[in-house]
Design a protein around this ligand. Structure first.
Ligand code: FES
Length: 101
């Protein structure tokens, strides 16, 4: 398991996302105080979902506006038609980590 440090709790505000450098990059989101992680790359083309628009537990790609469920990685709207990967998030001693596998 590769555990990557994301940030301290409180550094990522509810409704925000951060990109975690990795191969491939990972997006970590704060959804009303709960943390989730998905692949950062949109499954439609080359756009970073951590730069997208977050509404509740959905993220909308900033390029062509495909939507994904942040909790499950499921694609919710075109033009993307493939789900994205999700990753476990661990909060320990006030620090947010993602398990990159
Ligand atoms: S790159 Fe995300 S919808 Fe096109």
């Amino acid at each position: 398991m590769t555990r990557l440090r994301v940030c301290e709790v409180g550094e990522l505000e509810p409704g925000d996302a951060a990109q975690v450098p990795n191969t491939p990059p990972i997006a970590v989101y704060n959804v009303d105080g709960e943390y989730f992680a998905t692949a950062d790359m949109c499954s439609h083309d080359d756009s970073s979902l951590s730069d997208g628009y977050i509404e509740g537990d959905q993220v909308e790609c900033a390029w062509h506006f495909a939507k994904f469920c942040i909790r499950t990685g499921r694609v919710l709207s075109a033009p993307a038609n493939r789900d994205i990967a999700t990753y476990p998030v661990i909060v320990e001693d006030g620090v947010v980590y993602v398990d990159a596998g």
